[in-house]
Design a protein around this ligand. Structure first.
Ligand code: 13P
Length: 250
């Protein structure tokens, strides 16, 4: 199925209030390319101000706690994020799987909590370099989807993002056939788990996407958009990727 492309930025731990001008510029870029969907996962400290200043842009969070409230120092619930203006959240980003030791079970619980509070979810999956070298990339991604996907998942609120860990922030990307292979595996797994409800689940590619490679990557079958780190930090770098997403829309 061909779907509208989603071009999502992930600012990670970048951005002070002064960067709201850049958010506004990205909102203008999004408005200028209505054929693509655009979203921005911001540091939690910027969500409320960004949502107020750029109400037309889908602003989201980068993580969420699995519980609604309680003694969880330093954490934020889905309801808090939603009240601040977030429409979605990432869960299972590889930097959290790596740095915070998040498991598939943790990530599943976060996705369930987000959904319960009305946040859409971008569930991130992807193998390490060692797993790829051992020929296990497809199996790792299949397991991450199987164990991370809530039972009642469906396309109107769920997006997957395939981000091979070794391609994040490195300037290295898998080859086009390698991306196509894992996206096809991910699509088949989502279809097997969700059946008819899987039709609208978009599968994004992430890992060193730039204006220079976006056209080629977004043209791959089963690549329904991109999750972009470094190149989403300025409208100037992000705009060509958004334009590529709009151009490949059918
Ligand atoms: P880069 O685009 O900087 O490689 O980051 C990708 C990413 O991790 C997005 O979530």
């Amino acid at each position: 199925m061909t779907m509208r492309k989603l071009i999502a930025g992930n600012w990670k731990m970048n951005g002070m209030l002064a960067a709201l001008d850049e958010v506004a510029a990205i909102a203008e870029t999004a408005a200028a390319h209505p054929a693509a969907d655009v979203a921005l996962a911001l540091p939690a400290t910027l969500i409320a101000a960004a949502a107020a200043r750029s109400p037309g842009l889908a602003i989201g969070a980068q993580d969420v706690h699995a519980r609604d409230s309680g003694a969880h120092t330093g954490c934020l619930s889905a309801a808090m994020l939603r009240e601040a203006g977030a429409r979605f959240t990432l869960v299972g980003h590889s930097e959290r799987r790596g740095d915070q030791g998040e498991t598939n079970q943790d990530i599943w619980a976060k996705a369930v909590a987000a959904r319960r509070c009305g946040l859409s979810v971008i569930l991130c999956v992807g193998e390490t370099a060692e797993e790829r070298d051992a020929g296990r990339a497809a199996r790792v991604v299949q397991a991450q989807i199987e164990q991370g996907l809530p039972d009642d998942a469906e396309g109107d609120w769920l997006t997957l993002a395939y981000e091979p860990r070794w391609a994040i922030g490195t300037g290295r990307t898998p080859s086009i056939p390698e991306i196509a292979e894992i996206h096809a595996v991910a699509r088949a797994k989502v279809r097997a788990l969700l059946g008819d409800r899987s039709g609208a689940v978009r599968i994004l590619y992430g890992g060193s996407v730039t204006g220079a490679n976006a056209d080629e990557i977004l043209a791959i079958a089963d690549v329904d958009g991109a999750l972009v780190g470094g190149a989403s930090l300025t409208a100037a770098k992000f705009a060509p990727i958004v334009a590529a997403g709009a151009a490949t829309a059918v």
